[in-house]
Design a protein around this ligand. Sequence first.
Ligand code: PLP
Length: 396
Amino acid sequence: MKINENFLNLSENYLFSAVGAKASAFQREHPEKKVLKLSIGDVTCPLAPAVIAAMHRAVEDLAHAESFKGYGPDRYCYGYESLLASIAGSYARKGVGLSYHEIFVSDGAKSDLGNLLDLFSADNTVLIPDPVYPVYVDTNVMAGRRILFADANEGNKFLPLPDERVAADIIYICSPNNPTGAVYDRSGLKAWVDYARRQGAIILFDAAYECFISDRALPRSIYEIEGARECAIEVCSYSKTAGFTGVRCGYTVVPEELKRGGVSLNRLWARRQSTKFNGASYISQMGAAAVFTEEGEREIAANIGYYRGNARLISQCLKDLDIWFTGGENSPYVWMKCPRGMKSWEFFDYLLEQANVVGTPGSGFGRNGEGFFRLTAFGTAENTLEACQRMRELLK
Ligand code: PLP
Protein backbone atom coordinates (compact mmCIF):
# COMPACT_ATOMS: atom_id res chain seq x y z
CA MET A 1 0.00 0.00 0.00
CA LYS A 2 1.25 3.46 -0.88
CA ILE A 3 -0.29 6.63 0.51
CA ASN A 4 -1.00 9.66 -1.67
CA GLU A 5 2.42 11.25 -1.27
CA ASN A 6 1.14 14.56 -2.60
CA PHE A 7 -0.15 15.17 0.92
CA LEU A 8 3.45 15.40 2.05
CA ASN A 9 3.84 18.45 -0.17
CA LEU A 10 1.19 20.44 1.72
CA SER A 11 2.56 23.32 3.70
CA GLU A 12 1.67 23.37 7.39
CA ASN A 13 -1.74 25.02 7.69
CA TYR A 14 -0.93 26.93 10.81
CA LEU A 15 -2.34 30.40 10.07
CA PHE A 16 -5.57 30.37 12.07
CA SER A 17 -4.25 28.11 14.83
CA ALA A 18 -1.18 30.34 15.21
CA VAL A 19 -3.40 33.45 15.36
CA GLY A 20 -5.65 31.78 17.96
CA ALA A 21 -2.72 30.47 20.02
CA LYS A 22 -0.96 33.85 20.11
CA ALA A 23 -4.18 35.68 21.06
CA SER A 24 -4.96 33.15 23.85
CA ALA A 25 -1.41 33.28 25.21
CA PHE A 26 -1.59 37.08 25.34
CA GLN A 27 -4.96 36.94 27.15
CA ARG A 28 -3.57 34.43 29.68
CA GLU A 29 -0.62 36.70 30.42
CA HIS A 30 -2.86 39.79 30.64
CA PRO A 31 -6.20 38.63 32.07
CA GLU A 32 -7.17 42.25 32.88
CA LYS A 33 -7.07 43.32 29.21
CA LYS A 34 -10.03 43.05 26.83
CA VAL A 35 -8.73 41.50 23.61
CA LEU A 36 -10.83 42.41 20.55
CA LYS A 37 -10.92 40.12 17.53
CA LEU A 38 -11.12 41.58 14.04
CA SER A 39 -9.89 38.21 12.80
CA ILE A 40 -13.27 36.44 12.91
CA GLY A 41 -13.97 34.69 9.58
CA ASP A 42 -17.18 33.09 10.84
CA VAL A 43 -20.54 34.83 11.05
CA THR A 44 -21.88 35.84 14.46
CA CYS A 45 -25.50 37.00 13.85
CA PRO A 46 -28.20 34.37 14.58
CA LEU A 47 -30.20 32.87 11.71
CA ALA A 48 -33.10 34.85 10.24
CA PRO A 49 -36.50 34.10 11.86
CA ALA A 50 -37.94 32.98 8.47
CA VAL A 51 -35.15 30.39 8.18
CA ILE A 52 -35.66 29.16 11.74
CA ALA A 53 -39.43 28.82 11.16
CA ALA A 54 -38.82 26.85 7.93
CA MET A 55 -36.39 24.52 9.71
CA HIS A 56 -38.91 23.97 12.55
CA ARG A 57 -41.52 23.03 9.94
CA ALA A 58 -39.01 20.64 8.32
CA VAL A 59 -38.32 18.95 11.66
CA GLU A 60 -42.07 18.54 12.15
CA ASP A 61 -42.34 16.97 8.65
CA LEU A 62 -39.80 14.38 9.71
CA ALA A 63 -41.89 13.50 12.78
CA HIS A 64 -44.87 12.17 10.82
CA ALA A 65 -45.15 9.20 8.45
CA GLU A 66 -47.17 11.15 5.86
CA SER A 67 -44.61 13.98 5.55
CA PHE A 68 -41.41 12.07 6.41
CA LYS A 69 -38.45 12.49 4.02
CA GLY A 70 -35.51 10.16 3.50
CA TYR A 71 -32.96 10.64 0.73
CA GLY A 72 -33.60 13.74 -1.39
CA PRO A 73 -35.06 13.54 -4.90
CA ASP A 74 -32.83 11.67 -7.42
CA ARG A 75 -34.07 13.80 -10.27
CA TYR A 76 -32.05 16.85 -9.25
CA CYS A 77 -29.13 15.15 -7.47
CA TYR A 78 -30.99 15.31 -4.12
CA GLY A 79 -31.96 19.00 -4.35
CA TYR A 80 -35.59 19.76 -3.40
CA GLU A 81 -37.57 21.65 -6.00
CA SER A 82 -38.64 24.38 -3.58
CA LEU A 83 -34.95 25.19 -2.99
CA LEU A 84 -34.05 24.97 -6.69
CA ALA A 85 -36.94 27.34 -7.47
CA SER A 86 -35.70 29.89 -4.96
CA ILE A 87 -32.08 29.67 -6.23
CA ALA A 88 -33.24 29.97 -9.87
CA GLY A 89 -35.38 32.95 -8.78
CA SER A 90 -32.42 34.69 -7.15
CA TYR A 91 -30.37 34.23 -10.37
CA ALA A 92 -33.28 35.50 -12.48
CA ARG A 93 -33.17 38.72 -10.45
CA LYS A 94 -29.51 39.08 -11.55
CA GLY A 95 -30.64 38.58 -15.15
CA VAL A 96 -29.32 34.99 -15.31
CA GLY A 97 -31.59 32.16 -16.46
CA LEU A 98 -30.83 28.70 -15.01
CA SER A 99 -32.63 25.37 -15.37
CA TYR A 100 -33.03 23.19 -12.28
CA HIS A 101 -30.69 20.63 -13.90
CA GLU A 102 -27.89 23.18 -13.81
CA ILE A 103 -28.15 23.77 -10.04
CA PHE A 104 -26.56 21.21 -7.71
CA VAL A 105 -27.39 21.64 -4.03
CA SER A 106 -24.40 20.96 -1.76
CA ASP A 107 -23.47 20.97 1.89
CA GLY A 108 -21.38 24.11 1.33
CA ALA A 109 -18.84 25.68 -0.98
CA LYS A 110 -15.69 24.21 0.55
CA SER A 111 -16.61 20.59 -0.19
CA ASP A 112 -17.60 21.37 -3.78
CA LEU A 113 -14.46 23.42 -4.43
CA GLY A 114 -12.47 20.32 -3.55
CA ASN A 115 -14.83 17.75 -5.08
CA LEU A 116 -15.05 19.49 -8.47
CA LEU A 117 -11.43 18.54 -9.05
CA ASP A 118 -12.59 14.94 -9.57
CA LEU A 119 -13.71 16.08 -13.03
CA PHE A 120 -10.26 17.15 -14.17
CA SER A 121 -7.12 15.27 -15.10
CA ALA A 122 -4.16 15.47 -12.74
CA ASP A 123 -2.14 16.69 -15.78
CA ASN A 124 -3.98 20.00 -15.91
CA THR A 125 -2.25 23.25 -15.01
CA VAL A 126 -4.04 25.40 -12.48
CA LEU A 127 -3.90 29.19 -12.21
CA ILE A 128 -4.62 30.59 -8.75
CA PRO A 129 -4.51 34.21 -7.60
CA ASP A 130 -2.03 34.98 -4.82
CA PRO A 131 -3.07 35.82 -2.12
CA VAL A 132 -6.31 33.85 -1.84
CA TYR A 133 -8.45 31.41 0.19
CA PRO A 134 -5.94 28.57 0.83
CA VAL A 135 -8.33 25.73 -0.14
CA TYR A 136 -7.67 26.21 -3.88
CA VAL A 137 -3.96 25.59 -3.51
CA ASP A 138 -4.21 22.76 -1.00
CA THR A 139 -6.80 20.74 -2.93
CA ASN A 140 -4.63 20.89 -6.04
CA VAL A 141 -1.45 20.04 -4.15
CA MET A 142 -3.28 16.94 -2.86
CA ALA A 143 -3.94 15.93 -6.47
CA GLY A 144 -0.37 16.70 -7.55
CA ARG A 145 -1.39 19.31 -10.12
CA ARG A 146 0.98 21.93 -11.46
CA ILE A 147 0.08 25.29 -9.94
CA LEU A 148 0.82 28.73 -11.36
CA PHE A 149 0.01 31.93 -9.53
CA ALA A 150 -1.57 35.15 -10.80
CA ASP A 151 0.09 37.91 -8.82
CA ALA A 152 -2.31 40.16 -6.96
CA ASN A 153 -0.64 43.22 -5.51
CA GLU A 154 -0.98 46.89 -4.70
CA GLY A 155 -0.20 47.74 -8.35
CA ASN A 156 -3.28 45.91 -9.68
CA LYS A 157 -5.36 46.65 -6.57
CA PHE A 158 -5.31 42.91 -5.84
CA LEU A 159 -7.31 42.18 -9.00
CA PRO A 160 -4.91 40.42 -11.39
CA LEU A 161 -5.89 40.20 -15.06
CA PRO A 162 -4.98 37.37 -17.44
CA ASP A 163 -1.57 37.20 -19.02
CA GLU A 164 -1.86 35.75 -22.54
CA ARG A 165 1.64 34.23 -22.25
CA VAL A 166 0.45 31.96 -19.44
CA ALA A 167 -1.29 28.72 -20.44
CA ALA A 168 -3.73 27.32 -17.88
CA ASP A 169 -6.49 24.69 -17.85
CA ILE A 170 -8.27 25.52 -14.59
CA ILE A 171 -8.56 29.08 -13.30
CA TYR A 172 -9.78 30.11 -9.86
CA ILE A 173 -11.51 33.44 -9.34
CA CYS A 174 -12.85 34.55 -5.98
CA SER A 175 -14.86 37.79 -6.13
CA PRO A 176 -15.47 39.38 -3.67
CA ASN A 177 -12.12 38.02 -2.66
CA ASN A 178 -11.09 36.41 0.59
CA PRO A 179 -8.78 37.81 2.01
CA THR A 180 -8.44 41.05 0.00
CA GLY A 181 -12.09 42.11 -0.27
CA ALA A 182 -11.32 43.19 -3.87
CA VAL A 183 -14.20 42.77 -6.34
CA TYR A 184 -13.94 42.43 -10.12
CA ASP A 185 -16.03 44.74 -12.26
CA ARG A 186 -17.62 43.56 -15.48
CA SER A 187 -14.63 44.35 -17.67
CA GLY A 188 -12.28 42.46 -15.34
CA LEU A 189 -14.45 39.35 -15.34
CA LYS A 190 -14.98 39.67 -19.09
CA ALA A 191 -11.19 39.64 -19.58
CA TRP A 192 -11.01 36.37 -17.63
CA VAL A 193 -13.96 34.82 -19.51
CA ASP A 194 -12.46 35.76 -22.89
CA TYR A 195 -9.06 34.43 -21.86
CA ALA A 196 -10.55 31.14 -20.57
CA ARG A 197 -12.44 30.67 -23.82
CA ARG A 198 -9.35 31.30 -25.92
CA GLN A 199 -7.39 28.84 -23.79
CA GLY A 200 -10.15 26.23 -23.61
CA ALA A 201 -9.77 26.57 -19.84
CA ILE A 202 -12.44 26.32 -17.17
CA ILE A 203 -13.02 28.99 -14.53
CA LEU A 204 -14.02 27.89 -11.04
CA PHE A 205 -15.78 31.01 -9.80
CA ASP A 206 -16.18 31.26 -6.03
CA ALA A 207 -19.12 33.56 -5.27
CA ALA A 208 -19.29 32.81 -1.52
CA TYR A 209 -19.37 36.55 -0.69
CA GLU A 210 -21.60 37.79 -3.55
CA CYS A 211 -24.31 38.91 -1.09
CA PHE A 212 -22.00 41.67 0.16
CA ILE A 213 -22.00 43.41 -3.23
CA SER A 214 -24.21 46.47 -2.94
CA ASP A 215 -22.88 48.37 -5.97
CA ARG A 216 -25.36 47.47 -8.70
CA ALA A 217 -22.77 47.99 -11.43
CA LEU A 218 -20.69 45.07 -10.11
CA PRO A 219 -21.45 41.50 -11.23
CA ARG A 220 -22.64 39.09 -8.52
CA SER A 221 -22.46 36.04 -10.75
CA ILE A 222 -19.97 35.15 -13.48
CA TYR A 223 -22.94 34.27 -15.68
CA GLU A 224 -23.75 37.97 -15.91
CA ILE A 225 -20.78 38.00 -18.32
CA GLU A 226 -21.39 36.97 -21.91
CA GLY A 227 -19.76 33.67 -22.82
CA ALA A 228 -19.37 32.47 -19.20
CA ARG A 229 -21.83 29.60 -19.65
CA GLU A 230 -19.32 27.97 -22.01
CA CYS A 231 -16.36 28.24 -19.64
CA ALA A 232 -17.34 28.64 -15.99
CA ILE A 233 -18.60 26.72 -12.98
CA GLU A 234 -19.93 28.84 -10.13
CA VAL A 235 -19.76 27.76 -6.50
CA CYS A 236 -21.88 29.54 -3.91
CA SER A 237 -22.98 29.09 -0.34
CA TYR A 238 -25.54 30.12 2.26
CA SER A 239 -22.73 30.40 4.83
CA LYS A 240 -22.07 34.11 4.56
CA THR A 241 -25.33 34.99 2.78
CA ALA A 242 -27.54 33.68 5.57
CA GLY A 243 -25.30 32.55 8.43
CA PHE A 244 -25.29 28.85 7.47
CA THR A 245 -21.69 28.13 8.46
CA GLY A 246 -22.99 25.61 11.00
CA VAL A 247 -26.20 24.56 9.22
CA ARG A 248 -24.37 23.70 5.95
CA CYS A 249 -25.95 24.32 2.56
CA GLY A 250 -24.67 25.69 -0.72
CA TYR A 251 -24.97 25.18 -4.46
CA THR A 252 -22.84 24.77 -7.54
CA VAL A 253 -23.94 25.78 -11.02
CA VAL A 254 -22.69 23.75 -13.98
CA PRO A 255 -24.25 25.05 -17.21
CA GLU A 256 -25.54 22.64 -19.86
CA GLU A 257 -23.32 24.33 -22.49
CA LEU A 258 -20.12 23.56 -20.59
CA LYS A 259 -18.35 20.84 -22.58
CA ARG A 260 -14.77 19.77 -23.11
CA GLY A 261 -13.69 17.14 -25.63
CA GLY A 262 -17.37 16.76 -26.53
CA VAL A 263 -18.20 15.69 -22.96
CA SER A 264 -20.76 17.57 -20.84
CA LEU A 265 -19.33 18.66 -17.50
CA ASN A 266 -22.88 18.96 -16.21
CA ARG A 267 -23.38 15.21 -16.84
CA LEU A 268 -19.98 14.37 -15.33
CA TRP A 269 -20.76 16.36 -12.19
CA ALA A 270 -24.22 14.75 -11.88
CA ARG A 271 -22.55 11.35 -12.17
CA ARG A 272 -19.89 12.27 -9.62
CA GLN A 273 -22.42 13.61 -7.14
CA SER A 274 -24.79 10.65 -7.44
CA THR A 275 -21.83 8.34 -6.74
CA LYS A 276 -20.02 10.17 -3.94
CA PHE A 277 -22.69 12.41 -2.34
CA ASN A 278 -26.11 11.74 -0.83
CA GLY A 279 -27.45 15.26 -0.57
CA ALA A 280 -27.65 18.08 1.95
CA SER A 281 -30.05 17.44 4.83
CA TYR A 282 -33.77 18.10 4.31
CA ILE A 283 -33.76 20.49 7.27
CA SER A 284 -30.86 22.57 5.83
CA GLN A 285 -32.46 22.64 2.39
CA MET A 286 -35.80 23.82 3.75
CA GLY A 287 -34.05 26.50 5.80
CA ALA A 288 -32.12 27.58 2.69
CA ALA A 289 -35.31 27.67 0.60
CA ALA A 290 -36.63 30.33 3.01
CA VAL A 291 -33.61 32.59 2.43
CA PHE A 292 -34.72 33.99 -0.92
CA THR A 293 -38.39 34.50 0.04
CA GLU A 294 -39.54 38.10 0.48
CA GLU A 295 -39.45 37.77 4.26
CA GLY A 296 -36.14 35.85 4.26
CA GLU A 297 -34.44 38.38 1.99
CA ARG A 298 -35.58 41.26 4.19
CA GLU A 299 -34.25 39.53 7.30
CA ILE A 300 -30.89 38.47 5.86
CA ALA A 301 -30.46 42.00 4.47
CA ALA A 302 -30.60 43.26 8.06
CA ASN A 303 -27.78 40.88 9.10
CA ILE A 304 -25.67 41.71 6.05
CA GLY A 305 -26.33 45.41 6.72
CA TYR A 306 -24.99 44.93 10.25
CA TYR A 307 -21.70 43.48 8.94
CA ARG A 308 -21.51 46.17 6.26
CA GLY A 309 -21.77 48.78 9.01
CA ASN A 310 -18.73 47.20 10.70
CA ALA A 311 -16.84 47.17 7.39
CA ARG A 312 -17.61 50.89 6.98
CA LEU A 313 -16.25 51.64 10.47
CA ILE A 314 -12.99 49.83 9.70
CA SER A 315 -12.65 51.46 6.26
CA GLN A 316 -13.26 54.94 7.65
CA CYS A 317 -10.69 54.35 10.37
CA LEU A 318 -8.05 53.37 7.80
CA LYS A 319 -8.97 56.28 5.52
CA ASP A 320 -8.56 58.71 8.42
CA LEU A 321 -5.20 57.14 9.25
CA ASP A 322 -4.20 57.39 5.58
CA ILE A 323 -3.48 53.66 5.40
CA TRP A 324 -3.79 51.95 2.00
CA PHE A 325 -6.44 49.20 1.84
CA THR A 326 -8.75 47.25 -0.46
CA GLY A 327 -12.21 45.84 0.34
CA GLY A 328 -14.55 47.11 3.01
CA GLU A 329 -17.06 48.05 0.34
CA ASN A 330 -18.98 45.18 -1.25
CA SER A 331 -17.08 42.80 1.02
CA PRO A 332 -16.83 41.84 4.71
CA TYR A 333 -13.02 41.87 4.47
CA VAL A 334 -10.66 44.82 4.70
CA TRP A 335 -7.13 44.22 3.47
CA MET A 336 -4.74 46.84 4.78
CA LYS A 337 -1.11 47.58 4.13
CA CYS A 338 0.87 47.19 7.34
CA PRO A 339 1.91 50.65 8.50
CA ARG A 340 5.51 51.80 8.87
CA GLY A 341 6.79 49.09 6.53
CA MET A 342 6.06 46.30 9.01
CA LYS A 343 5.79 42.67 7.91
CA SER A 344 2.50 40.85 8.47
CA TRP A 345 3.43 38.96 11.67
CA GLU A 346 5.37 41.92 12.99
CA PHE A 347 2.24 44.07 12.70
CA PHE A 348 0.14 41.26 14.21
CA ASP A 349 2.31 41.28 17.35
CA TYR A 350 2.42 45.08 17.49
CA LEU A 351 -1.36 45.45 17.22
CA LEU A 352 -1.99 42.68 19.76
CA GLU A 353 0.50 43.96 22.29
CA GLN A 354 -0.15 47.69 21.94
CA ALA A 355 -3.90 47.82 21.15
CA ASN A 356 -5.00 44.32 22.18
CA VAL A 357 -6.61 43.90 18.75
CA VAL A 358 -6.30 40.67 16.74
CA GLY A 359 -6.27 40.49 12.94
CA THR A 360 -4.93 37.97 10.43
CA PRO A 361 -1.44 38.26 8.91
CA GLY A 362 -1.70 38.54 5.12
CA SER A 363 1.38 36.37 4.57
CA GLY A 364 -0.74 33.35 5.56
CA PHE A 365 -2.76 33.72 2.34
CA GLY A 366 0.16 33.60 -0.08
CA ARG A 367 3.53 35.08 -0.89
CA ASN A 368 2.04 38.39 -2.06
CA GLY A 369 0.20 38.78 1.25
CA GLU A 370 3.45 39.65 3.05
CA GLY A 371 3.27 43.19 4.41
CA PHE A 372 -0.55 43.13 4.45
CA PHE A 373 -3.15 42.34 7.09
CA ARG A 374 -6.80 41.17 7.01
CA LEU A 375 -9.50 42.68 9.21
CA THR A 376 -13.05 41.31 9.16
CA ALA A 377 -16.50 42.77 9.71
CA PHE A 378 -18.01 39.67 11.33
CA GLY A 379 -17.61 40.79 14.96
CA THR A 380 -20.07 42.83 17.04
CA ALA A 381 -20.58 46.52 16.21
CA GLU A 382 -19.46 47.51 19.75
CA ASN A 383 -16.19 45.58 19.53
CA THR A 384 -15.51 46.81 15.98
CA LEU A 385 -16.01 50.41 17.09
CA GLU A 386 -13.76 49.98 20.10
CA ALA A 387 -11.07 48.20 18.03
CA CYS A 388 -11.14 51.09 15.54
CA GLN A 389 -10.78 53.63 18.33
CA ARG A 390 -7.75 51.76 19.65
CA MET A 391 -6.20 51.55 16.16
CA ARG A 392 -6.74 55.28 15.65
CA GLU A 393 -4.97 55.98 18.92
CA LEU A 394 -2.05 53.63 18.15
CA LEU A 395 -1.49 54.40 14.48
CA LYS A 396 -2.17 58.17 14.32
N1 PLP B 1 -15.05 30.17 -0.35
C1 PLP B 1 -14.46 31.18 0.31
C2 PLP B 1 -13.75 32.23 -0.47
C3 PLP B 1 -14.49 31.25 1.71
O1 PLP B 1 -13.88 32.24 2.34
C4 PLP B 1 -15.18 30.23 2.42
C5 PLP B 1 -15.25 30.24 3.88
O2 PLP B 1 -14.73 31.03 4.60
C6 PLP B 1 -15.77 29.20 1.68
C7 PLP B 1 -15.69 29.20 0.31
C8 PLP B 1 -16.43 28.05 2.39
O3 PLP B 1 -17.79 28.18 2.48
P1 PLP B 1 -18.71 27.05 3.07
O4 PLP B 1 -18.98 27.40 4.50
O5 PLP B 1 -19.94 27.10 2.23
O6 PLP B 1 -18.03 25.73 2.96
